[in-house]
Write a protein that binds this ligand. Sequence first.
Ligand code: GDP
Length: 525
Amino acid sequence: MNNQDLAASVNSRRTFAIISHPDAGKTTITEQLLLFGGVLRKAGTVKAKKSGSFAKSDWMEIEKKRGISVTSSVMQFDYADKRINILDTPGHEDFSEDTYRTLMAVDSAVMVIDSAKGIEPQTKKLFQVCKMRGIPIFTFINKLDRDGKDPLELIAELEDVLGIGAFPMNWPIGMGKGLKGLYDIFNQRIELYRKEDQGESYLELDDNGELREDNPLKEESIYQQVLEEVELLKDAGNQMNEEKIAAGKLTPVFFGSALTNFGVKTFLDAYLKFAPAPAAHRDEAGEKISPVSNDFSGFVFKIQANMNPNHRDRIAFVRICAGEFERGMDVTLARDSKKIRLSNSTQFMADSRETLETAVAGDIIGLYDTGNFQIGDTIFAGKHKIQYEKLPQFTPEIFVRVTAKNVMKQKSFHKGIAQLVQEGAVQLYQSYSTNDYILGAVGQLQFEVFQFRMLNEYHSEVVMTPMGRKIARWIDPEQLDEKMSSSRNILVKDRQGLPLFLFENEFSERWFADKYPNVKLSAKL
Ligand code: GDP
């Protein structure tokens, strides 16, 4: 591919994740997007995947065998001259560090909110990671076909709870049974609510933002109310500001109903106008590497092991940050300068099962891995070494004590732990004085996967004793006095030997802070 073609290809990519609290409608909206992309022919197929009756790729087949749906899979489709990559961020018990790291591999995020519930805890957590990255965030307030919170209240919640400016792109005309449509501020039109199987239906607005005289909607009191609210938003609300959107400081807000496919196309079309093409990633030294570069490079943001005991292979998910990937190409692993040929070990994580031949910056590829890769690894082609900046570590929230069931098998136990911890599957701690092993994770599933893999890959049966939720706070070793440890906190050390406290709850953390006002605690290393 010459440079011009590469630039065109890269610029056509839109790579994003949908973040939400479970049940807000992430799957439903994803499905509608795939329908627009022509990838799915009927609604309900993605849904079925959840229950395990439908496998979209070999990869999901593997997951089905595992009996858990852990996938942060990638779905790709073409729409309006764009190639769109949607990365799934699993919720519920599937929630893990992978979910957070997936957000390192996207260029923007779509936040789906249930209009009746507003901002929920998981949305907030995922939002924080997007905010840290400074990527654009687009909001879809879902389930308008049901009664929900007042739209003005929802906008205020975005600003108060998340601290992000909100710019409504459209505004609901009614809700639940009284839903009439959307007042589309951005497109200067009204989108009428209609049955799911009917096409979109729009009414043009005049220069004053009003309907023509003869429209019956004008007689409805809700119409007048919406005009007033829109006026209020224009006067007192945020102004459209593309720079702020790009910096993740202002979120365009769309209303709709994913289930009845209402407002989803309007959302997608506007989203594609504002969503960024693949951005330059920074290397270790902070230098930006252009995505339109002759040499391929990318980083591993997730490794998923095949739990089928007959096949020990794993898949490394790579975000391509620069250049073009071609099957069979030779790359160098930045960590140890090892040369690796990416031959037919490559498979595409999309809807189809075809083997991937080429991909460009912005795309995600799945590489069969025989143990070469670690999370955060950079691979690059060409002579010039590239090492992308480190992936952040996320503070674990739940903890277990772990021991080998069979004391005679300590060797495989230690080997297994060392490798799985290195892979980034779980975080390892040791109690300060007794050196007992403690594992930390952000989701329960990580422990289950750990236990399973210890048994299958290292023949080590582990016993895990739940310790529950804890708040991990690092303490400056200089300030540490072992007497600070009490019944309300556990003193442990991390892999680097640095001390931290695991507090039972916020109360015990505050109690500690009151007792030792000069001691600085931090959530991160
Ligand atoms: P996820 O957990 O975020 O993936 O949520 P799902 O897409 O599985 O949706 C959760 C539930 O909400 C399902 O029963 C959906 O049918 C329902 N749902 C999703 N979108 C809408 C909507 O726009 N309106 C209504 N009434 N229900 C919806």
